[in-house]
Design a protein around this ligand. Structure first.
Ligand code: ADP
Ligand code: TYD
Length: 207
């Protein structure tokens, strides 16, 4: 049986990550793998209810971080861990890097506080590969403008998204083996071509 693979997609809102989800799933399916596509916050019935609250209800930053991890705990228990144990490829649109980027970078929570939650909820598990789609906020903002009504995070000002991006980039420097920065400018096809080497390396496993 194949080893389970856990892949996460990250980036500021509108960076273009969700656009590649189906293509990524097909890439692994063509290589004979069973793929589980999922997202955060969400991914389970309870998690999707928490997502609706998180995206639309006002709340203080601690509550926001705790609810993100509550949804994540459920997601890990019901979806991510069972799928990995079955040898599947799990592709999640966002995971804990988003909590560091948005709740710490965006909202100003302390990273060591968040690290306590990370350790509690999945101290034993990290993604094998994280694709960080990176564009400046003015590019992401233009891409977002065509989207439906903005949620609580999408309606934040440019400075918030700049801080989120800064934390993402800092994490990519800190965890270079796991987090791969994908230059997000150019056409969808051009961005896609930048993904393939990382997927191949991930299938081949650690050197
Ligand atoms: P994210 O999931 O990062 O928030 P999406 O994948 O939903 O972003 O993309 C946001 C918008 O930008 C969508 O309308 C999408 O079609 C468009 N988009 C995605 N990638 C590109 C690209 N490389 N060039 C132009 N538009 C793009
Ligand atoms: P996302 O699904 O990417 O939004 P959309 O589908 O509308 O593009 O993510 C929802 C929002 O949740 C996004 O703005 C980032 C935020 N978020 C956090 O603030 N912390 C987290 O831990 C996660 C997983 C998401």
């Amino acid at each position: 049986m194949s080893e389970g693979l856990f892949i996460t997609l990250e980036g500021i809102d509108g960076a273009g990550k969700s656009t590649h989800l189906d293509w990524l799933a097909d890439w692994f399916r063509r290589r004979g793998r069973t793929v589980r596509l999922t997202r955060e916050p969400g991914g389970t019935p309870l998690g999707e209810q928490l997502r609706a609250l998180l995206l639309h209800e006002q709340m203080n930053p601690d509550t926001e971080a705790l609810l993100m991890f509550a949804a994540r705990s459920e997601h890990l228990a019901r979806v991510i861990r069972p799928a990995l144990e079955a040898g599947d490829v799990v592709i999640s649109d966002r995971f804990t890097d988003a909590s560091f980027a948005y709740q710490c970078g965006g909202r100003g929570l302390a990273e060591d506080q968040l690290a306590i939650l990370e350790d509690w909820v999945h101290g034993d598990l990290q993604p094998h590969l994280t694709l960080l789609f990176d564009v400046p906020d003015d590019v992401a903002r233009q891409r977002r403008e065509s989207a439906r009504a903005p949620d609580r995070f999408e309606s934040e000002q440019a400075a918030f998204h700049d801080r989120v991006r800064t934390v993402y980039l800092r994490r990519a420097e800190r965890f270079p083996a796991r987090i791969k920065r994908i230059e997000g400018h150019g056409s969808i096809e051009q961005v896609r071509a930048r993904l393939t080497p990382h997927l191949e390396a991930c299938l081949d496993g650690p050197a």
